[in-house]
Design a protein around this ligand. Sequence first.
Ligand code: RB5
Length: 147
Amino acid sequence: MKIVLASDHAGYSLKEEIKKHLSQYEVIDCGTSSPSVSVDYPVYAKKAAELVASKEADFGILCCGTGEGIMMAANKVKGIRCGVGYDLEVTKLLRMHNNANMVSFGARFMNVNDVLNRVDAFLSTPFEGGRHQKRIDEVTQIEKENH
Ligand code: RB5
């Protein structure tokens, strides 16, 4: 499984913790590469999201201060379904019900160990399909109508 990571300066340290935690996987790090240089999260969200959308990576994990801005930017890339993993159960549901291919975390509001548990849950939980597929198809239809 290939996983892409990206963050802005606020999410940098959390991204690095996640990278260490995922040493058994093939990881592509799209940056940023320093916590001390202020950068714009859309730049990094786009790089990571395009690798997931093109299927060069299976999943993407994003970090910024809140997890919100980087998630919004990633969701502008066609084919991306990204949510904020604000809780363990919600992170599993992002996979089970929403077939999320990316998840974001907020470094200023989340505990590192909680995030690492959520990362494991995200990567190991399958999509349930069934009634949820119809809803995903409806989301994709909105995307088609607005591109
Ligand atoms: C950067 O200060 C901060 O605005 C950013 O990391 C993120 O929280 C935006 O959603």
